[in-house]
Design a protein around this ligand. Sequence first.
Ligand SMILES: [Zn+2]
Ligand SMILES: [Zn+2]
Length: 285
Amino acid sequence: MDNQITYGNDYKYIPGTSISSGNGIDILPDLYSYTIQIVNICLVGNPQSNDFVLVDAGMPHSADKIIALIEERFGENSKPKAIILTHGHFDHVGAIIELINYWSIPVYAHRLEMPYLTGKQSYPKPDTSVEGGMIAKISGMFPKEPINLGSHIEELPTDGTVPYMPGFQWVHTPGHTPGHVSLFREEDRVLIAGDAFVTVKQEYLYKVLTQEQEISGPPKYFTTDWLAAWESVKKLESLKPAVAITGHGLPMSGDLLTSNLHLLVKDFETIAIPSHGKYVDGEIQ
Ligand SMILES: [Zn+2]
Ligand SMILES: [Zn+2]
């Protein structure tokens, strides 16, 4: 029996915040995004119902905040039907053990992300040599060892549907991590992009702090397969999203999103791919 669920040995609180930290944004009546320090979580579901899902699980030590936020929005003792993970990086699973223990709900992720969520494999070391600012430099201290969610983690269904999120499809968007997924709802063209692309230059402390909007590829220090990341952005652009909530930065919508995504696809090499870095050299050119 597998009831031992644990974080990796290098799990720890990471200081650092942004001007958006603690802010929530109602994007649609059934879609709410909230910033925990530097990362966004999403609540999908109507506040009048008790049918909702949490997408991603915030930073280390943020469980109390997430639980309070959910009870405030959906009522006392409410709990999500499930947690859907875009991927398993520490800033997207930071509170997950406490949340599973508190709610006892299932967690879903892509099959290729499983080794990092079941204690089998560490993420590659962040590349602190990529060009960029303070956050890239300190990324060496970010937890990368696998957490183990044991029997609580399940694979996303192979038919592309997302459990408890009717209307949504998951889209495999590897590159940032092997099993990274984005979530798309055709009806209103809503995209939850995870870290496939972000709307803030995540490597720069100043830009993270101010959340200045600027399209960017996946956070550079953690991305290992740049060609796959490029293909993933092309895939997302072809969906023609009307609004995108990204793992970092403010939501982007309308013409601004369309033109920025187009630009990112076209100039991915200059905008997204670091000019040097250990996951770049030898892979491109
Ligand atoms: Zn990530
Ligand atoms: Zn992230």
